[in-house]
Design a protein around this ligand. Structure first.
Ligand code: ATP
Length: 342
């Protein structure tokens, strides 16, 4: 098998620290060929853009993109997010964002809990449609419009993806999340597509929940969750809640998939650049390492992905943990412990 060609984009803050850890683990299990790109906020401050104009053409030839984090105190969040992460996600039509919420043994939580948030990743509330106007009328009179976009095709492809995923899991249960009582157009369309699509999956049980009720259910009845499908905004928020419940934002892995495989997919931890702990060597690398496992799954090596996940679980169980999990180990300590357990 030829080496897996990976484009690494460390980005900002702890992004570089956790990505380096993830690459060390990937190198320990697979034959990989890594090219690193220095795109991010420093690049923006030097060049006036988060990545060069031909970046997508450059990235297209890779098997996968491995991404750290983006965000800086020196550049506005909407510039860093839209200029880098969303540019790649939307430019490569990575329409499925898969975010497993995994509970581990040894963290005083129920390790049998395990669900996956499937987030629509190409339209919805993050479609980037709208504008700001009327500022010429003077202070206090500006108007901003931010429009959500829900297409029947966009809803159907993510819902079908979630059904297919639910089908592979022992419980075979899918919960759809909307806010269709208040948002009577787009979210009712989503509900209708969900009901229609469910008829093709008689082996998968379903239910629907409003997003506010779902936030409470994450906390109060997490044992009822298996696969959860939600819009871009709802999935974003709920997956952060899930990873915090599991013990730390630093644990959560994610995959931005182009399931059609026309473009490379991108793998990144759920957390951001965490400027409060950057440069101290204490960031939890397990979210990034788990994202590497998702990369291996996507490139046809779930056997290797499972090995990495088992090594992550063993490391936590053995008490080798960074500060966010109540430990005192460094990023490097945890990374080496994972490699030893492989
Ligand atoms: P950004 O603007 O890039 O999103 P942020 O600080 O607003 O950065 P996160 O980076 O997600 O958002 O961090 C939220 C909190 O979680 C911070 O207190 C951070 O220290 C903590 N955190 C995030 N990731 C990790 C990690 N891998 N290890 C330890 N703590 C983390």
């Amino acid at each position: 098998m030829p080496p897996l060609k990976i484009a690494a984009i460390p980005g900002d803050g702890i992004g570089g620290e956790v990505l380096e850890a993830g690459l060390r683990v990937l190198q320990a299990v697979a034959d990989i060929e890594v090219t690193t790109y220095p795109w991010g906020s420093d690049y923006y401050l030097a060049h006036g853009e988060m990545l060069p104009g031909d970046a997508l053409t450059t990235l297209q030839r890779f098997d996968a993109i491995y991404f750290g984090a983006v965000g800086s105190r020196e550049v506005a969040d909407h510039i860093t997010l839209w200029g880098l992460r969303l540019k790649i996600c939307q430019g490569f039509d990575q329409w499925a964002n898969v975010r497993p919420v995994k509970f581990y043994e040894g963290l005083n939580r129920d390790p049998s809990l395990d669900w996956i948030v499937v987030r629509e990743n190409s339209e919805g509330e993050y479609a980037g449609l709208g504008g700001r106007q009327l500022s010429a009328r003077g202070p206090g009179n500006e108007v901003a419009i931010q429009t959500s976009l829900f297409t029947e095709k966009g809803c159907e492809r993510i819902i079908r993806f979630a059904f297919e995923l639910a089908r592979t899991r022992p419980r075979k249960h899918l919960t759809s999340v909307t806010k269709s009582n208040a948002q009577q157009y787009a979210m009712v369309l989503w509900d209708e597509v969900f009901q229609r699509t469910s008829r093709d999956y008689p082996d998968v049980t379903t239910d629907s929940e409003l997003v506010d009720a779902m936030a409470a259910r994450f906390v109060l009845r997490p044992q009822t969750l298996d696969v959860v499908v939600a819009s871009n905004l709802h999935g974003d928020i709920l997956s952060d809640l899930g990873s915090a419940l599991a013990g730390s934002l630093g644990l959560a892995a994610s995959a931005n998939l182009n399931p059609d495989r026309v473009h490379p997919s991108m793998f990144e931890p759920v957390h951001g650049s965490a400027p409060d702990i950057a440069g101290q060597g204490i960031a939890n690398p397990l979210g990034a390492i788990g994202s590497g496992a998702l990369l291996l799954d996507h490139l046809g090596r779930p056997d290797l992905g499972n090995r990495v996940r088992a090594a992550i679980a063993a490391t936590i169980k053995d008490g080798i943990r960074t500060r966010d999990l109540g430990g005192s180990h460094s990023t490097v300590d945890v990374t080496l412990a994972v490699i030893v357990r492989l």
